[in-house]
Design a protein around this ligand. Structure first.
Ligand SMILES: C[S@@+](CC[C@H](N)C(=O)[O-])C[C@H]1O[C@@H](n2cnc3c(N)ncnc32)[C@H](O)[C@@H]1O
Length: 219
């Protein structure tokens, strides 16, 4: 299905800072076939839109946020710094066309390292899913992106809007020198701003990082 066939049907008019950028949804629509299988960690309005075109399995920590009927939700409470392990493990063992890493909620103290839980699965993923990593302006999420990219080492595209950064790591396209060079400015910019944040809030990130390691051990 082409972009032009899908674009008018995609309704992102009520999207806000909680949601993926509309361009990211557009990327998925132009790179995944209709009915493709998508795993979304952290649900929201993008779940609503994507589930109109794709088979979406959404991992969600809050049962009262599982509200869009076309999506298949998996309620996995936040436990030991990550989604409840035994609940989500069977889903992460399935093959997907794309995986969206936009959860658990990780925007406040005690939670900032939460999404790093995903890296334990990266080397075990089935198939060659595209991987979308949101909120790269946050130090642990930027680190998460690097770890995931290192496993795949494929083409990356960045989407930036209103101070939010998102990376799309292709499941299938090889990294090229052109792609690498084009991404240098944004990677430098993100590295500088994440380092600045890290030093500014060192005790917060240190504490959350340690909690994440402790949670890892208890899982
Ligand atoms: C960044 S959101 C995920 C958003 C989703 N991927 C999207 O693009 O619509 C991460 C988590 O925050 C929570 N959340 C989502 N929307 C919210 C809202 N409007 N207000 C408060 N929490 C929200 C949910 O528990 C969700 O799993």
């Amino acid at each position: 299905m082409s972009d032009s066939e899908l674009a008018p049907a995609l309704d992102t008019s009520d999207f806000d800072s909680w949601n993926l950028e509309p361009q990211v949804l557009g990327w998925l629509e132009s790179h995944c076939a209709k009915g493709a299988k998508i795993l979304e960690l952290g649900s929201g309005k993008s779940t609503r839109e994507l589930s109109r075109f794709f088979k979406v399995i959404a991992i969600e920590e809050a049962a009262d946020r599982c509200i869009y009927e076309k999506a298949q939700y998996v309620v996995a409470p936040f436990t030991n710094g990550w989604y409840h392990e035994h609940t989500i493990a069977p889903f992460l063992a399935e093959a997907f066309d794309a995986i969206i890493v936009d959860g658990p909620y990780a925007a406040s103290a005690g939670r900032t390292a939460a999404r790093l839980g995903f890296v334990r699965y990266v080397s075990r993923l089935k198939g060659t899913p595209h991987i979308i990593v949101d909120d790269l302006q946050r130090p642990f999420d930027f680190a998460n992106f690097w770890i995931i990219w290192w496993h795949k080492r494929t083409k990356v595209e960045f989407f930036v809007a209103k101070g939010k950064y998102c990376a799309v790591i292709s499941g299938t396209s090889h990294a090229t020198m052109g792609n690498f060079i084009a991404n240098i400015p944004i990677v430098c910019q993100l590295s500088a701003s994440c380092l600045k944040l890290l030093f500014k809030n060192f005790s917060l990130y240190f504490k959350d990082g340690m909690e994440m390691f402790r949670g890892n051990r208890n899982r």
